[in-house]
Design a protein around this ligand. Structure first.
Ligand code: ADP
Length: 462
């Protein structure tokens, strides 16, 4: 049987609406640079918040001693310790534990939540031994990665704006989360203290920078997306006052909120309208793991209904549920190289309960590719936008030498085509010569050690 004729115009229109030819990429990169500058000028000056991280001491490799990290960003938190041995010995040992947060604590009081975290940290620090050695008389210092909206007030303090991701803990909003944790640790007499409060992108940048001095940008592409980079303090008009002697500082772009000139479709608009935050996080909704599968699902529903994708106007009942098709599913379908597209068949059967013919499966793969391609290429344009901004403000020291962009997150890690599309866009935009200097590198799980390194770099003992 041939392709259902009704499918063709829908696919053609989708590909046209999602197209990212060079002029579109260029516009996105330029607009990213413009929005970054506006966000650096004044708070609220742009879609991009351009949050000052107050991290201006980057890891050098000389860090020595035992440091802890705590990562709180979802329903699990991770605790980690690392023994650092300086330039020669580097990372002597690391150990970590993951703890799931009991459901009831997500609706508890601030004291209850932080007491629980402190007690888990306390237990973890009790098991210290072997290669881990704390210097006599010192407090254990912690790098605290906290992935909720925070108004940072110093490298070791920040006010929680609001809980997100299902947390409804009372009494934390408006308070310094570092004080909350420090007080809980004090109540237990732990002798531990937070030396750095960072978000996960900043921790990733620090973790990658420890191994490679050329790391200037970090990008997370997971469920959501964000990016941070090393900025010259001279290029930040809104910087309150000179807080340190460092000529540079890390800026957290919060680039998920970018929206200028993106190629969007009816499916994106409908998904956004039905989301819990309509009109917000448009870049994130176009490129990140939480949404790619859902966009594909919406296309499939329309193709089934009006294009006869699965025969007649048959719409598989299961396919109508939002978010049933996940990004790992569309990724799996794109990896299928079998002649009969057996993996595509089984994903469609498992997820949608539908029996598909070969032509339908081919069309489904084309849709997945269209959405992944747009996402990857726009992420690439965003990266070039950041580099371009840095280049323009730094008298050409970014493109003229090796510059590393550290990448992390499940989407980047597991989706090979997506990763290739990022690189493709970067090469198209920068040309083959300059793009040789821009190294896009996976920095796997660098954020844990990164946070500990920032505790070391901001230690009260140095
Ligand atoms: P998070 O961003 O939630 O902190 P991760 O960085 O591990 O955590 O990213 C998880 C996300 O990565 C998932 O929500 C999913 O969108 C994406 N992802 C995970 N596995 C795959 C996969 N095999 N293919 C494509 N995307 C994946």
């Amino acid at each position: 049987s041939g392709v259902s004729l009704g499918v063709v115009p829908i696919l053609t229109k989708l590909q046209k609406d999602c197209a990212t030819p060079l002029p579109v990429l260029r516009h996105v990169a330029d607009a990213m640079a413009v929005d970054m500058r506006a966000g650096l000028a004044v708070d609220g000056g742009s879609d991009l918040k351009m949050i000052l991280s107050y991290v201006d001491t980057l890891p050098t490799g000389n860090e020595k001693g035992l440091f802890y990290a705590l990562d709180l960003g979802g329903t699990n938190f991770r605790v980690l310790r690392v023994q650092l041995g300086g330039k020669e010995e580097r990372v002597i040992a690391t150990e970590f534990e993951q703890v799931s947060i009991p459901q009831e604590l997500m609706f508890a009081t601030s004291e209850e939540l932080f007491d629980f975290i402190a007690s888990e940290l306390g237990k973890f620090s009790q098991s210290e031994g072997g290669k881990f050695e704390m210097q006599q008389g010192r407090t254990r210092e912690i790098g605290f990665t906290f992935s909720f909206p925070v108004k940072q007030t110093s490298v070791k303090s920040g006010i929680l704006i609001k809980w997100t991701k299902g947390f409804a803990v009372s009494g934390t909003a408006g308070k310094d989360v570092v004080a909350c944790l420090n007080e809980a640790m004090e109540r237990r007499g732990l002798g531990m203290q937070v030396s750095a409060l960072v978000n996960d992108t900043v921790a990733t940048l620090a973790g990658a920078r420890y191994w490679d001095n050329d790391v200037m940008v970090a990008v997370i592409l997971g469920t959501g997306t964000n990016a941070c980079y090393v900025e010259r303090v001279d290029a930040i008009p809104k910087l309150p006052k000179r807080m340190s002697n460092s000529p540079v500082t890390i800026v957290n772009t919060e680039w998920g909120a970018f929206s200028n000139g993106l190629p969007l479709t009816e499916f994106d608009r409908e998904m956004d309208a039905e989301s819990i935050n309509p009109g917000e996080q448009i870049f994130e909704k176009t490129i990140s793991g939480m949404y790619l599968g859902e966009i594909v699902r919406r296309v499939l529903v329309k193709m089934a209904k009006v294009g006869g994708l699965f025969g007649g106007g048959y719409v598989p009942e299961k396919l109508v549920t939002p978010f049933v098709l996940r990004t790992p599913d569309i990724c799996a379908m794109q990896q299928d190289t079998s002649r009969d597209l057996e993996a595509v068949e089984s994903v469609l059967y498992d997820i949608a309960g539908v029996k598909s013919d070969l032509n339908a499966r081919k069309t489904v793969v084309d849709i997945c590719d269209t959405i992944a391609k747009r996402g990857g290429r726009l992420a690439g344009a965003g990266i070039v936008g950041i580099l371009q901004k840095m280049e323009e403000d730094s008298k050409s020291v970014v493109f003229g030498k090796r510059t590393v962009v550290a990448m992390d997150g499940g989407l980047y890690e597991h989706y090979p085509q997506y990763r290739e599309y990022i690189q493709e866009a970067v090469t198209e935009l920068l040309g083959s010569e300059i793009s040789k200097n821009v190294v896009i590198e996976h920095s796997k799980d660098g954020s844990g050690i990164g946070a500990a390194l920032l505790a070391a770099a901001n230690s009260k003992y140095e």
